[in-house]
Each structure stands twice: as structure tokens, then as C-alpha cells.
Design a binder for this molecule. Sequence first.
Ligand SMILES: [Zn+2]
Length: 409
Amino acid sequence: MFLFALSVEPLIRMVHQNLNSEQRTTCPLFTSRVYADDVLFLLRDADDCVTLPHILETYSAASCAQLNTQKSFLIPLGSWPDGLTFNEITTVRQAKMLGMTVCNSFEEMVEINWTKTTALTRVTLFQQIHRNLNLFERKAQLVLPKDKGGLQLIAVKEKCQALITRNIIRGHRGESDPMDNEFWKRHIPLLCSRKSPLPQAIQSLWKIIESYPPDLITADTKQQTKLIYKYIMKDSINSPRIVEQFPNQRWHKIWHNIHRANIPTAWQTTVYCYINQIIPTEERKHRHHLTDSPACKICGFIDTLKHRITNCGTAKTTWNGAKNLLQQIWPTSKLNDQHQTLLLMDPPTENAVFVKAWLAAGFLHYQLTASSHTMEELVKILTTERKNFEQKCSGRYSQNCQELQLLHL
Ligand SMILES: [Zn+2]
């Protein structure tokens, strides 16, 4: 990277000195962006079309680097005439630059890029909803750290605020790139007056920045966004609803066990929804006035999560079977211990906790997702997952892998 920067620096300097010379004296202009082997130049008048090939020729002669005309292209922007060209480089109407599609018309460019961005967002949203979570209801919980009951997702609005305020602070301190520095030097003195041409949203951001503690303003640039984000988030952190409802559980242990490495993701997702009690049982739907009756559609008892796991139809057999499996690896366990392990993912022991949590997660996932239950099928699923895990370890020593051997399947 350093070598690249050293070798390309003379080219950038020549371009800055020789292109847009008139405008450059009044305010700095965007002329070039250079990233790895991608170089982008923005030409503003026809003279530049003559100057740029000369610059490139000089640079080639001095450095022995060649412009790859096959991989280069020109895009005429705005009212720029189509016919202007040089070095037989192809003229195109649309191209991708630094991840963004650039095209001749501004409207078209906005349209194309927004369509792509919204399509990507839609995919992400779909994945989140697929986790059976009500995103909007749970947003505050999902951004919490995993050991506090969240999924460590990014709070998009707050992250954007942190990024943009960091940029303003840097520009104001003259530590950003020259264009930004110049922009904020001109605009910040006007921000609190009516003369400011900037949108209201930016003006109110400046008020927010003024309320930041001084150490955020002077923070190291590498850490600054992270620190600002943390500062913004500190007020929005609440406990998950389930924690407030049942404050006496050992939540720290429960969250830790759900997110243990080497427990299959599908199991983790089901258990996370189960522990947060957001699986739509008939009882829950009835409570929210979505159905006429809280009765189980299979057996007629009240359809709660506990009913589905321990008592409903075929689930009863596998519930007893799972308790037997747990007894194998933990012969001294009492009924209470077994319930706390299998129903809460919180084995009240320090010994071989992984295999107990792993068994509980597999069991809960099976009870809540299978339409009918047999011990053979549950054992088969557990065996397959254990084999997958062993393959992943492929002979390397793993404490977790060792613990799984305690289970006689
Ligand atoms: Zn039932």
C-alpha cells in the first residue's frame, strides 16, 4: 500500500497542479480519486481533455507505468459533448466507480443506486424477519450486546449520526481532507444563524455536537466514531422485556449459553425466540386478540410454550426422553436441575456445561419445530449434528467436542 502511494503520488500532484487551474485557486475541487489500481479523473473543461493525456504520457515515460486503455472508459456527464475523446478510450453511458454506479444523467444515477441499495436493505430486513422477530418492536433489544440479551446488531440511525458528526468535528478541526475542511470552515460560523444554507437536520447536528463531552471532540480519530456511537447508545439501553418480567433468573448465564460457539445457528435462533417468548402460541395470539381461543389446535389444552415442549401430544415422549439423556451425562441431577437445564438453558452446575446447553438447545429446537415427535428422530438429529461438529474439529483437540462424547446416543 505504501509503495503504491509513493508511486502514484507524483501523478496525483501533477493532476492537481495542471487541471482546473482556474477554479482551484478559489476553492479546492474534486479532481481525482485513486484507490489501488482504480484511478478516476473529473474533467471540467475541454482544455483538460488536452492536458490530461500529456500528464499521463509524462507520468508513463518517467515511471514506465502504462495506462490500460482497454480497461479505461470515459463518461460524458451533464452537458459534456459526446464526441470528445482521447487515446481511443471507449465512451460509455454508465459504469461502476468505487462501488457506485455513475451515469450520464443525475436522476438516472439516483434511481439506479437507490434501487440497488433498497434491494440490499430488503434482503437484510427479510433475513431479520425470518428470525421470527418483530423487528420494530424488538429494535432496542436487538442492538444490545449478546451478554445483555441482544444480538449486537447495529443501530443504523445512531451509527449514521456518529459517522456524520465525526466528519463534521474533523472538518471543523481541519483534520479531514482539504475539501471537507474548507466546507466546514465556511459553514460552521453560519450554522447557528438564519443565514446558513445547510438543511435544518445538519444545523441541529451541530447543537448535538456542542453537547458532547470534550473528550469525544478531542478523541483519537481511529476511535472517535466508536466512542460517539457508544455515547449516543448509552441512554437507549434498556433491559429486554423478558428480563424485566422475570428479574430473578440468572440471565447472564442464559444469554451466554444461547450464544455459545459450536451450537448450531438454527438451534440458537429457535432458543432465542423461545427464551424471549415471542413464538406465536395460541395463548399469545389470544392475548393479543388475534384468535378466539387460547386452546391448542392439537389437544385442546391451553397452548403455551411450556405446553408445546413438555405436554402436547407426541412432545411428551421426547420431553421424558430428553430428561433421560441428560441423566446419562449428569447422573446426580435432580428433577429441578433437569428442568432448569432443558427449559431455561441454565444448568445449575459448573461441570460440562457445554454439552448440557447443547443438548437443551437441540431438544428445544426439535420440540418447537417438528410437527410430530419421536425419540428416534431426536436422537438421529443430535447424532448428525455431533458428527458435523466432529468433522469441523477434524482431529484437533476441542474441549467441547470431548464433552459431547459424554452423551451416549
Ligand atoms: Zn397441545
